[in-house]
Write a new protein. Structure first.
Length: 472
RNA sequence: GGCAGGAUGGCUCAGUCGGUUAGAGCACGGCAUUCAUAACGCCGAGGUCGUGGGUUCGAUCCCCACUCCUGCUACCA
């Protein structure tokens, strides 16, 4: 048994969770549960990035004080996890004092190593938005979209920078050698080609004015706040006691796996290991990068109004149905499309007609024969192990659905309902064990369903109401 | 613009280190049928493998050009 520390990425809590968050929760939870099933000692973290300026702005817009605004939204993410039957060992909030301390400690370690220095930052400041804009935020006239006609001011301020450039060779070697492994391969290539274009130091603080006095104060400089990434990534450490509970920290760190969406790969594959190396801390082992959902073939966006609330889907179809769709019906390494129609299609064809129906027919046969099943040993199917190790959740499930089809065919061939009792019982017992093996193997994917089936197929077996009633 | 990846039946994808009839699942049609949730099983229809050239006895797979899509090309996260 070895320890396994896995992190979900840290959701940004300026809005409600959408179906994309559910996707990542589900994927990381499968790894979490799979590692536990293997017998490893697992710690599973999620948290919330709460120190960003956008949270402050979103709170102002909502007319709420920042802390309540953030707490409310963070709660929504935790509720989503609950609804999906996901249990984080910790949900580390960025506004928590323990996290503030941890971030200041990380800062001090990097500073001690000479990797933090002050430099002036020049940028275009929009008075209307009260924030700096990059060229991509501006229209063809060089003006902010929300405040056309107002030209931007060029403002200069002193900020602290992190010497990322110093770690260029180190990072290239780290990623290329898979010492810190980026999965899938094409994302790894993206990272190495990015590193090869040359790394520049990046800003890790903001003036209090720009930060609106929100966030973690820079140690020894009360005029500045630690800026987002340096702080947010550190939730992975503060959540396990960094700077506070060294025993717990040293038990779990480094992370065996960070799970992230493609949008934040650079921060995890480049900034983060550099910061840790600078601080003299251990580096994470692996980074799994997943893709995004489109909805009915279109990008999700608030303006299109096609944002799907995963809680609605769970209420209507159940957590395992949503889990199944997210895991089986899309490739983890490609954008997948979500639509309620496709969810229902998958539900009916695979869960109701496939797994659910097989369980129902075998249970009824067992009941008719007054069969008592004595437990036999269970093991994870080698295909499931093989695919799960590579995060190919879709292939893992596909392999088990082939087993389901095989069992259905076997039933049709053997026709135990026509056989004398003794022969029938032998066939049925064989099928029961096959179903139990399938259920056991899909436990990380569909935990509730798996548990229900194993419970039903133990001891005296009775026919029960359908696991997945067909949706008409 | 540069780099990377993709374009295969209605949908989602697999595949061919170039070789007689290009596969699967879903959806669809037919047959059969109860142990089962009008479910399972069997059978079937459905593709000029993005476009135009080239190499070859032969290309969906190799080469060139083009079109379209996606990602990356650093201080919004």
């Amino acid at each position: 048994m070895s320890k396994f520390y896995i992190t979900n990425s840290i959701p940004y809590v300026n809005a409600q969770p959408h179906i994309g968050h559910a996707l990542e929760f589900i994927q990381s939870d499968v790894v979490n549960r799979y590692q536990r099933l293997l017998g490893n000692d697992v710690f599973y973290l999620c948290g919330s990035d709460e120190n960003a300026i956008k949270n402050v702005q979103a709170a102002e817009k909502a007319g709420m004080d920042i802390q309540s605004f953030i707490d409310e939204h963070a709660k929504e993410f935790q509720d989503l996890a609950d609804a999906l039957n996901i249990h984080f060992d910790i949900f580390q909030k960025g506004s928590d004092q323990s996290h503030h301390k941890a971030s200041q400690k990380l800062w001090e370690l990097c500073e001690k190593n000479g990797d933090i220095y002050k430099k002036s930052y020049k940028g275009l400041y929009c008075v209307g938005c009260e924030e700096f804009k990059s060229s991509s935020d501006l229209d063809e006239n060089g003006e902010c979209f929300e405040h056309p006609g107002k030209s931007l001011e060029e403002v200069e301020e002193e900020n602290y920078f992190f010497k990322l450039s110093k770690y260029q060779d180190f990072l290239l070697e780290l990623i290329e050698s898979n010492t810190y492994e980026v999965v899938p391969e094409f994302r790894k290539n993206e990272v190495t080609s990015f590193i090869k274009t040359g790394l520049e130091d990046f800003s890790i603080s903001r003036s209090n004015r720009r930060a609106k006095n929100w966030g973690v104060p820079v140690p020894g400089d009360p005029e500045q706040r630690i800026y987002v990434w340096f702080d947010a990534l550190n939730i992975y450490q503060s959540g396990i006691g960094f700077g506070d509970d060294e025993d717990t920290y040293s038990k779990w760190w480094p992370a065996n796996l960070h799970v992230v969406g493609k949008g934040i790969i650079r921060f995890h594959a480049v900034y983060w290991p550099a910061i840790l190396q600078s601080a003299g801390l251990k580096l994470p082992k692996k980074l799994f990068v997943h893709e995004y959902f489109t909805v009915n073939g279109q990008k999700m966006s608030k303006t299109l109004g096609n944002v799907i609330n995963p809680l609605d889907m769970i209420k209507k179809y159940g957590a395992d149905a949503l889990r199944y769709y997210c895991l089986a019906k899309i490739s983890p390494f490609q954008d997948g499309d979500f639509s309620e129609e496709k969810l229902v299609e998958a539900y009916n064809s695979d869960l109701a007609n496939g797994l659910g129906n097989l369980v129902a027919r075998v249970a009824k046969l067992a009941e008719n024969n007054k069969l008592i099943f004595e437990d036999q040993p269970l093991a994870i199917d080698p295909d499931v192990i093989n695919f799960s190790e590579k995060f190919q959740f879709n292939n893992a499930l596909e392999s088990q659905w082939q087993e389901i089809a095989k069992a259905d065919r076997l039933l049709n061939e053997q026709k135990p309902w026509n056989l004398p009792r003794e022969e029938a019982v032998s066939v049925i017992k064989d099928l029961i064990q096959k179903i139990r093996l399938i259920s056991f193997s899909i436990q990380p994917f569909l935990p509730i369903t798996s548990k229900n089936i194993l419970k039903q197929f133990s001891g005296e077996i009775k026919s029960q109401s359908p696991l997945f009633p067909r949706i008409v």
